[in-house]
Design a protein around this ligand. Structure first.
Ligand code: FMN
Length: 392
């Protein structure tokens, strides 16, 4: 079926439009995950095993869905997680997502593997900005990235801790996906079948990894798989001491992205982090890892009064956001929920995705009988099956 943006009403619709418009290797880089993709699927399925119990007759004509997380106020309780290589998905890349996030008053995360500079993003938008930091072997590069994000007035630094080595993304192995795209015969055929993408990619500003290009050629000029990039360029000796030093050097709101265990959540508190993103990188790293929503309650119970807990990953619906907030998350974040839309239609696509999400959250809050996010609570949730933590 031939699709257009106007006929997209959900993340699933946007995914199909992205699939239609992108060369196969690029679509599968966004859509794929590690090994058998069990964790990736579970990240969303976990929400389906939890039911909402609404209250009625509560007078919900005015609903306030704003949240404050890491000292920044967001007009909606979900923000755009940092994701790599956005100008590969759509020629406007981060510029499109940044402007859409600003329009909806939410936070925009820029990746270390971003394709527009933090300086440009800093000048472009007034909404809260997160810089996602990968700890490289090259300490001069690390220092430069932190200094640049600070100078560009980013409010939050998120150190990603779940990517110490590359996940086994077999779809990328099969398609031969690299950054920048390597011109193989199969790749050329795929580009020829998607001429609009190919013309846009080759007629717009040259692809680069803007935060890295002055230090490394890999990823901007030398084609590498992202998995190889993680495994060769990032520092696998990264420790809690290093994380504490990064927090100190940054000096502002600091978040650990990819914390999954209670013990690590407690250590995040100990090193003075402002927040943790409970995340498994959208299932792209350790397949078999528990889903963020399954793991959320025990982390909130342990550290929720000491640190902001953010649920990252698997969110495709407004009700997913409500379930996470009811379980105790301060806010949610997501990647594919806006990435398919970016790939499908640039800024209007991301605006449509965030707009649909906002409308769903507002409608769902009214149907739940809550006027603001703090009225969502655990007694509004029922889990269908016995969960592992309840069996123990
Ligand atoms: C295409 C793609 C690229 C990503 N790039 C990064 C990245 O550069 N840094 C990072 O910390 N996380 C990255 N992530 C993970 C996201 O920040 C987020 O954790 C994940 O997308 C959440 O799962 P969801 O897509 O189901 O919402 C990426 C995810 C995707 C799908």
């Amino acid at each position: 079926m031939f699709r257009r943006l106007k006929s997209c009403h959900s993340v699933a619709d946007m995914r199909l439009l992205a699939k239609q418009r992108l060369p196969g290797p690029i679509f599968h880089y966004i859509d794929g995950a590690a090994d058998d993709e069990v964790t990736y699927r579970r990240n969303t399925q976990a929400f389906d095993e939890c039911d909402l119990v609404p209250n009625v007759l509560t007078g919900v004509e005015n609903v306030d869905m704003s949240v404050t997380v890491m000292d920044v106020k967001l007009d909606m309780p979900i923000f755009c997680s940092p994701t790599a290589l956005q100008r590969l998905f759509h020629h406007d890349g981060e510029r499109a997502v940044a402007r859409a996030a600003e329009k909806f008053g939410t936070m925009f995360g820029v990746s270390s593997l971003g394709t527009v500079s933090v300086e440009e993003i800093g000048r472009m938008i007034q909404c809260p900005k997160m810089f996602q930091f990968y700890f490289h072997k090259d300490r001069a590069l690390n220092d430069a990235m932190i200094a640049r994000a600070k100078e560009a007035k980013f409010e939050v630094l998120a150190l990603t801790v779940d990517s110490i080595t590359g996940g086994n993304r077999e779809r990328d192995l099969r398609t031969g996906f690299t950054s920048p795209p390597r011109l193989t015969l199969a790749g050329l055929v795929s580009f020829a079948l998607h001429p609009r993408w190919a013309v846009n990619y080759y007629t717009h500003e040259k692809f680069e990894l803007s935060q890295l290009k002055d230090y490394v050629k890999e990823g901007s000029n030398i084609a590498v798989s992202i998995s190889d990039y993680f495994s060769t360029m990032l520092d696998q000796s990264l420790s809690w001491k290093d994380a504490e030093k990064v927090r100190h050097d940054w000096g502002g709101q600091f978040c650990l992205k990819g914390v999954m265990s209670v013990a690590d959540a407690q250590r995040a508190v100990d090193i003075g982090a402002s927040a943790i993103m409970v995340s498994n990188h959208g299932g792209r790293q350790l397949d078999g890892a528990r889903s963020p929503f399954d793991q959320l309650s025990e982390i909130v119970d342990a550290v929720g009064d000491k640190i902001d807990v953010i649920l990252d990953g698997g969110i495709r619906r407004g009700t997913h956001v409500l379930k996470a907030l009811a379980a105790g998350a301060k806010a949610c974040s997501g990647g594919r929920m806006y990435l398919y839309a970016l790939a499908a239609a640039g800024q209007p696509g991301v605006e449509r995705a965030l707009g649909k999400m906002r409308t769903e959250i507002e409608r769902d809050m009214k149907l739940m009988g809550v006027k603001n996010v703090s009225q969502l609570s655990r007694d509004m949730l029922r889990f269908r099956s016995t969960r592992i933590d309840e069996r123990n």
